[in-house]
Write a protein that binds this ligand. Sequence first.
Ligand code: SF4
Ligand code: SF4
Length: 126
Amino acid sequence: MSKAQTSIKTEDGRVFYDMAVADNPCFACGACCYHYRVSFYHGELDSQPGGFVPADLTSPVTPFLACMRGTENGHSRCIALQDNGQCSIYARRPSTCREFPAYTTDGDANPECNRLRKIYGLPLRK
Ligand code: SF4
Ligand code: SF4
């Protein structure tokens, strides 16, 4: 695990990743925020009890799923991704984003990050 990346195991067995702003390689990247449909359980929306993701930045997918607006069809920019590469709702981003690690457990760059970075013409991370 990279020193910059911390992991938290949730009560339901999921693993969420987090990083300090200063050491966060995602803040000069955003490739995954361009690539996938970022969908998640609608209970995470701040319009639901205990939810935290800004609902006005999302679109409905099914009665129980929402996605970040802009990512509905994939290969398109998430509305929360700013021009400087930073997520404008980092502390309130959905679980889908929290589960995608920038580093492997060995501390190397996640190969999936580099696959995406290559697609978008960004230099590969180490
Ligand atoms: S592709 Fe990897 S490095 Fe880039 S923003 Fe996503 S998780 Fe971060
Ligand atoms: S919510 Fe933030 S981290 Fe998640 S896809 Fe959008 S810009 Fe990226």
